[in-house]
Ligand binder design. Structure first.
Ligand code: KG4
Ligand code: ZN
Length: 468
């Protein structure tokens, strides 16, 4: 038994978090969130024809819940909870893909103030709003906990302290209403939410997942089964956007990525000659640490005093220099994506010639320049680009609920917590949890990738459960 999970909030952080956490509501639902009956039938047939044994997100013991009857798919009501990084999010999604509610509480102001995600502070901020966020998701959906079919929650990868807040809440709700729980892989959720927005998107497909902490190229073979074609050997592209934006003195309250994208519109993308990373390595891995350093050096060489002068107070000439750096950074950062994606398309088509779709998702995929350039890669290879709307690219509860639905229908969920489960129960979390098995040709010769304290990948867990 562990110590109490919910932290005592320090008064300073409570005040800061209360002042800055803003509850955002999703825009009205576009109709394309809905599956047509025919695609739903096709999907249901493919996912329920061969029911899989339970995937047990929290315990190694077989689940009896998996043997229980699952309600008809369209009648499922899934609550999704996401707290893996700096957004506290919850949503309720119906089995047919209709989004009944979507609530996100952002820590952007804390990030702007402290320059990055400080795990303890992020945990406290999540703990402060989680009850409110989940309640609002239920209220907006006009439901109570007893109407739900199950609860889905992110169990990794992410910050352990933050994941714990979401899992604790999910178990609390599940225990109160006797609901099964689905433990969700955050990066799989970024990929699968594209199946909610595009009714025709069937496996197998190629996916580029780009966020603050991940840069993944995967061949999605089937639900829970992925081949990792490439990953980053150091930083993810979102981290490079965030740091560059900070060094350029941008207003981080709207997020580093969006702020840099906006300033780049004013700049010359060819003004600064940044080197494209890893061209000598003929694989699909990424590196953004060197590009970050190049940006830092460019800022220093132009004598832009960004520490003292935020962009709003910069002279016209200074602003133009910063915009040129932003545009040049963005061109090269995205060119690196394009080059690796082109190779990944070739590899993926060799493995699975039937691939028709190229999914681009994760926070950075909400960037218009990124979407336009990657659409060219898709078109040049006769693939269709599928990129969710920005509100479903950045972290959200819908993608967790939807991925929960996909696994729930396949019979992968855990029994409701016992009525006498103590509130301070410790759960298995997976802060470092690979999505897929590495493609042998895809290993990076550049540098060994970080492997310390890594969990068995989702794919090998699913394959293991299928063999039993
Ligand atoms: O997926 P996400 O919301 O959270 C993680 O799982 O990390 O991605 C967050 C990242 C941040 O680095 C943020 O700056 C970046 O996505 N991002 C963008 C844009 N919107 C969000 N980067 C570039 N352009 C954008 N418009
Ligand atoms: Zn994410």
């Amino acid at each position: 038994m562990a110590a109490t999970l919910l932290p005592t909030l320090s008064p300073a952080v409570s005040r800061a978090a209360t002042a800055f956490l803003v509850l955002r509501r999703a825009p009205p639902k576009p109709s394309h969130y809905l599956h047509t009956p025919s695609t739903l039938r096709r999907f249901l047939a493919s996912s329920s024809a061969t029911p899989s044994p339970a995937l047990l997100p929290f315990s190694p013991m077989p689940s009896t819940a998996a043997a229980r009857a699952v309600p008809a798919r369209r009648d499922l009501l899934m609550l999704g909870i996401e707290t893996s990084c700096d957004d506290t999010a919850a949503a309720v999604v119906r089995g047919d893909g209709e989004i009944l509610s979507q609530v996100v509480s952002s820590q952007a102001d804390l990030l702007a103030r402290y320059g990055g995600v400080a795990p303890k502070m992020a945990e406290e901020a999540h703990a402060l709003v989680i009850d409110q966020v989940v309640q609002k998701a239920l209220d907006d959906a006009k439901l109570s906990g007893s109407d739900l079919s199950a609860v889905a929650v992110t169990i990794g990868p992410g910050l352990g302290l933050c994941l714990r807040v979401g899992v604790h809440k999910a178990r609390q709700v599940a225990k109160a209403f006797g609901l099964p729980i689905v433990g969700v892989h955050h990066m799989e959720a970024h990929a699968l939410v594209s199946r909610l927005v595009n009714k025709d998107l069937d496996f197998p497909f190629l996916a580029l997942l780009i966020s603050g902490g991940h840069n993944l190229l995967v061949l999605a073979h089937s639900l829970g089964q992925y081949i990792q074609l490439g990953t980053t050997i150091d930083d993810a592209i979102g981290e490079a956007y965030d740091k560059s934006a900070r060094w350029l003195g941008l207003d981080m309250r709207k997020g580093g990525g969006p702020a840099l994208e906006e300033l780049a519109l004013e700049g010359d993308p060819n003004a600064v000659k940044f080197r494209v990373p890893m061209r000598q390595h003929k694989d699909c891995n990424f590196s953004y640490a060197g590009l970050k350093t190049q940006v830092r050096l460019a800022i220093e060489s132009k004598n832009i005093c960004t520490d003292d002068i935020p962009i709003l107070s910069a002279s016209e000439e200074d602003r133009q220099s910063r915009a040129d750096i932003a545009a040049s950074f963005q061109r090269v950062a995205v060119l690196h994506l394009e080059e690796r994606c082109q190779r990944a398309v070739e590899w993926a088509l060799k493995i699975e010639p039937s691939i028709k779709y190229f999914v681009v998702s994760g926070g950075v995929a909400s960037n218009k320049y990124v979407r336009t350039r990657l659409n060219h890669v898709a078109e040049n290879n006769a693939l269709q680009l599928v990129s969710p709307p920005p509100s479903l690219c950045t972290d959200n509860g819908v993608m967790i609920a939807w991925t929960g639905i996909e696994h729930f229908v396949a019979g992968r969920f855990e029994d409701p917590p016992a009525a006498d489960e103590p509130d301070d129960m410790q759960y298995e979390l997976r802060p470092r949890w690979p999505l897929g098995e590495e493609y042998s040709q895809g290993r990076s010769a550049a540098r060994s990738l970080k492997t310390a304290r890594v969990h068995q990948s989702l794919t090998s867990m699913i394959q293991g459960s299928l063999r039993k």
